[in-house]
Design a protein around this ligand. Sequence first.
Ligand SMILES: Nc1ncnc2c1ncn2[C@@H]1O[C@H](COP(=O)(O)OP(=O)(O)OP(=O)(O)O)[C@@H](O)[C@H]1O
Ligand SMILES: [Mg+2]
Length: 239
Amino acid sequence: MTILELKNVSKFFGGLAANTDISFSLEEGKIIGLIGPNGAGKTTLFNCITGFYPPSQGQILFKKQNITGLQPHQICRLGMARTWQKVRPLVKMSVLDNVMVGALCRTNSLKIAREIAMEQLKVVHIEHKTNMPAGGLPIGERKRLEIARILATNPELLLLDEVMGGLNTSESEEIIQLILETKSRGLTQMVIEHDMKAIMRISDRIVVLNSGEKLAEGTPAEIADNQEVIDAYLGESHA
Ligand SMILES: Nc1ncnc2c1ncn2[C@@H]1O[C@H](COP(=O)(O)OP(=O)(O)OP(=O)(O)O)[C@@H](O)[C@H]1O
Ligand SMILES: [Mg+2]
């Protein structure tokens, strides 16, 4: 079943077309990779989907409901959550409190929010850092904190913006395992990533953006073999 559908979505900043006429859909339970060069419009598209920017044109359907123009908190309540490319935890608050903020989108009870948060901290393996200020976490754990925070909102669709950015190989591997575990629980994920090995490994399908436009869409094998994608982004060495 289709969980997310984009119909001709465009986003303009003055004269700059950050997203132009983008259409694709996302099947429930799958991982879709979103790739493309710096400035291609990937984060902007996440901002449009999650309601941080209203699209200039087009329509976005989530679980068949038209969510175009809804506010981020409304979209979050419908079951969609995203991480930020530049991780921004509430640095002075504890790790636990940061994740409780996510859970409070579902409940008014601090007790229940605390239980949900503890559960998700275990999922991302930072339960031993519960009482530390979030600002004291190293980058790899900050990225996992972000994932715990969005999992605590009980989403059906997760949008992950470069959650492996700046991580070393073993830290990235931990994130990959987390993404695959999340998939095995039936959640749908859209993943922006520049690490091509990782994206090819985890994605069921890949959408390629270039200069704000959708350049290609297909299975990882089709994308790796697509001459336009190689020319615009992957380079011959990858092929
Ligand atoms: N709020 C904004 N105001 C004006 N221009 C913006 C804004 N946000 C993004 N842009 C521009 O839109 C284009 C797409 O940016 P975006 O951040 O979506 O790219 P990206 O694909 O996520 O790149 P990266 O891989 O570097 O993260 C860029 O030219 C960027 O400068
Ligand atoms: Mg980006």
